[in-house]
Ligand binder design. Structure first.
Ligand code: NDP
Length: 407
């Protein structure tokens, strides 16, 4: 068994799960460091991990916006891989540090410039040549969606369909955290994502539709396994970009997410009064960014787990042909908020992101996934990843799909 050392950056909701799961898999990770801006959060997670698994991990304080500090940390800890679960703003700085220090890289969300809510892989794909020249591997977007949603496509392409023509990714959180309004991952990043104008890819072009809060937003009721019928909104999500490029024969790809009326009403009011603005405003002689102030007021997603009940149901409906005949398949996972909390002290959204990140880290560290350059997960062999999902807490189900989706 090939073992390796891993440096995890970011000690929020997702970072906690990655650290716990890496400690559980200490037959692969023979050195684990959790580093973040607030070292106290790392220390707290270290104590919990010690108590639950007996495994000791190292912790450090680091500002991931400071490439030189990152390089120094990487050189002193000497990991095989850096797992970036800080914020999308740090992606490029951490990739730069990995190139300079000569280590592999992975993350769960594409780079975003702080001042524009803009979602595309071009910034990170531009690193392909540099990673390739150094013989290093970078895997982008390996949470659940993006991440597992891409692997489900690769699996369908390899085993279930000769050609995939239509993909619908359906993300349902049927859980309840007991707060009037909260987001399930970093509020700033989450609100930037869900308030943007929507796009999906249809026959070689991007089709734009209104944002989820705007008149004319596209939504329908999908009957989810376990969760039942839920209103699901068309949303732009970053994996659409890489899948539209990498899945051959694809005609259309869309992403849907459930939102409750309560969530939409709160968000609409916050947007209408200007609290979701990402630009600076003057407040009593100083500059503040409203969405950052809002983040400070909202519940910390990393602490939502305690009273969270219910389940998430995330999966893909993929339609195409097999042996000349039409076929439609649905692959999905159901994850329970309470079970996730019992295991690693986190709610299911952090859990469904952190477990795939650990699996990706494991496959990179033990050499199962190898390559030089920048990759999205659908470009890698799905089989060991799909096996690991079943083994490490996110079992998946495969069904023939006979339900209805909007035309
Ligand atoms: P959190 O806000 O809970 O955690 C982010 C962590 O990063 C915090 O500990 C924060 O430190 C730390 N951090 C922020 N800036 C820096 C910095 N400059 N240097 C060092 N550490 C820093 O976010 P989540 O855990 O909810 O999300 C983590 C990532 O996972 C995000 O990129 C998010 O987009 C992604 N994600 C991906 C999903 C997927 O399915 N692919 C789903 C959900 C999330 P501090 O504690 O001091 O604030």
């Amino acid at each position: 068994m090939i073992m390796g050392r891993v440096l995890i950056i970011g000690a929020g909701g997702v970072g906690r799960v990655v650290a716990h799961k890496c400690a559980q898999a200490h037959d692969v990770f023979n050195g684990i460091m959790l580093a973040s801006r607030s070292v106290e959060k790392c220390e707290k997670i270290r104590e919990e991990i010690k108590g639950r698994t007996g495994v000791g991990i190292e912790v450090a304080k680091v500002d991931a916006d400071d490439t030189a500090a990152l390089v120094a940390l990487i050189r002193s800890f000497k990991p095989e891989l850096v797992v970036n679960v800080a914020l999308p703003y740090q992606d490029l700085k951490i990739m730069d540090a990995c190139l300079e220090a000569g280590v592999n890289y992975m993350d769960t969300a594409n780079y975003e410039p702080v001042d524009v809510a803009h979602f595309e892989y071009s910034y990170q794909w531009a690193y392909n040549e540099r990673f390739r020249e150094k013989g290093l591997m970078a895997v982008l977007g390996c949470g659940f969606d993006p991440g597992v949603s891409n692997v489900f496509c690769a699996y369908a392409q390899k085993h279930l369909l000769d050609e995939i023509n239509y993909i619908d990714i359906l993300d349902c959180n049927a859980g309840s955290h007991g707060h009037p309004f909260a987001t399930n991952f970093n509020p700033e990043i989450n609100i930037r994502e869900v308030t943007q104008t929507v796009r999906h890819w249809d026959r070689d072009k991007w089709v734009q539709t209104p944002a989820i809060l705007d008149a004319g937003s596209v939504h329908f009721q999908f009957d989810y396994p376990v969760a039942g019928p839920r209103e699901s909104y068309l949303l732009y999500h970053e994996e659409l970009e890489s899948l539209a490029k990498n899945i051959k024969g694809l005609k259309r790809i869309r992403f849907w997410m459930t939102f409750s009326d309560n969530y939409l009403t709160h968000l609409r009011v916050l947007q209408n009064v200007g609290m979701t603005r990402i630009d600076e405003v003057d407040y009593e002689g100083r500059k503040i960014v409203p969405i950052r102030f809002l983040k400070a007021l909202l519940p910390d997603p990393a602490k939502l787990g305690e009273n969270y009940v219910g389940k998430t149901v995330i999966g893909n409906v993929m339609t195409g042909t097999k042996a000349g005949k039409g076929r439609s398949v649905y692959i999905y996972n159901v994850c329970d908020h309470e079970e996730a909390f019992k295991e690693v002290g986190a709610q299911a959204v952090s859990y469904t992101t952190g477990v795939p990140a650990m699996i990706c880290a494991m496959l990179m560290v033990n050499g199962t996934w190898k390559g030089a350059g920048v990759f999205n997960t659908e470009q890698l062999d799905p089989d060991p990843f799909m096996d690991a999902l079943n083994k490490y807490g996110l079992p998946w189900h495969l069904e023939e799909f006979s339900g209805r989706l909007p035309e």
